[in-house]
Design a protein around this ligand. Sequence first.
Ligand code: SF4
Length: 547
Amino acid sequence: MRCSLTVSSKRRILCVFPAYTPSFGTFSHAYPLMGGVKAFMPPQGLLVIAAYMPETWECRFIDENIKATTPEEFAWADAVFVSGMHIQEGQIHDIRRRAHAAGKVAVLGGPSVSGAPEKYPDFDYLHCGEIGDATDRLIAILDESCARPAAQVVLETKDRLGLSDFPAPAYEAVPLKRYLIGSLQFSSGCPYRCEFCDIPQLYGRQPRLKSPEQLCSELDAIVSQPGHPAVVYFVDDNFIGNRKATRDMLPVLVEWQKKNNYPLQFACEATLNMAKQPEILELMRQANFMTVFVGIETPEADALKGIDKTHNAAVPMYEAIETLNSYGLEVTSGIILGLDSDTDKSEQNLIDFIDKSAIPVLTINLLQALPKTPLWDRLEREGRLVHDASLESNVLFTRPHDTVVSSWRRAIAHAYTPERLFERFKHQCETTYPHRIKTPAAGKVTFTNLRRGLILGFNIITRVGLFSDYRKPFWKAAGYALKRGQIEAVFNMGFVAHHLIRFTREALRGEHNASFYAAKAAEAEAALERGFWANARRRFIPEREAA
Ligand code: SF4
């Protein structure tokens, strides 16, 4: 639903989403292969805010991952709304600078300001927390006046809007065809309390839910846009945070797919104990889920105790991964190096895990303390928070910083050596892809999909299959997939590997930070200097990567 306040003024709201700093999970190197794709995923939060604005207020939406905001667009606006994560901090400040230079009031909401409002002293209004009473207060203030206040005003949501009252995100305000994948939210919050994670504090431990019917109408809106992405990612913090709700929702999703000839594939993030839920897994298979991101964090079972993530050990790790694979779900894994429990053996244990699990995509990051987490509080007590932009993390590790960073470098070099990466994809051809349901061609054979497939096929054959130095391992795995009729797998491994191999080489040259959550100062500056078009070509990550 929209805001129910009665407003007397007409306002023009310019929503601007900052460019992302590239990471393993952004797939930015894959976009040039994909004909017209410029960005990773539509930003749910700011699209919901745009949809919530009073009906008489005009909204424009700019995702600076796709295009830079022009001076004319700033001039058009009465107020500029910005949202983003910590990793976008530099870009958030830059949008604020441009808004102020145009004489506009600047408002900041979203996860970064909600976690650390002190980072943003120069914004006029801070909207902390989710959409709710603070949003209504903000609308009332702007209805009264869009002049910049004499001092910063902080508005904090005490009373959240229920997810069942959320308006559908303003998908119509963004060109969905420019995104690699679509986004959708079913629930918010997570019942667990992993030490390093800010989700429970920001979004609560009691997952709140949309109705399955809400989801279906949002899916209708997505597929009504020509050229929409073929994959939609559930941005829920933990897809099985409320198992009963997920179990009740999935049959509705299956029906929606059947009714529409399976136009979409799905992905989500969840905890590894999902392996204990065969009913949910089978329903996910029927709904055409392809990938699940799991925060495995560490292969060392004892280390899970230290970060309060013992729920990951509910099923033996390899058994759990095999179970997910047997339902056609390719696992993507988050890994953290630099935990207090790390020893001299941790690097080798991780390398063994990468090889044995055969998970193709792993986001391997150094531990980073986020505000509003138990980890932050503990490290602050222990005097182990370091604020040095030249370092790769704000954590004073128990092992020497350089040792941890060197481990990270060796681990990513091992994981993304082309031969090993394509070997892991080959393993998926055998263990995972054959378990997926066969969907009718009718839902997929559209002019846009054919065109996209031709462009992607041409680019993969030329750029990966002919001109790359990893063409041999690519063809070895591709040949294996083709023999099994897994053409989609060839496309998928081609563009994913292309990004991962190239991004790893850049990271090993020192061009990227070892922590996903904190852009190195130099990188943030470089992002600003590159200019927005150049940034839009680089790219990003899920808005709230957790689980
Ligand atoms: S890391 Fe995942 S499982 Fe742990 S609290 Fe965060 S969202 Fe929940």
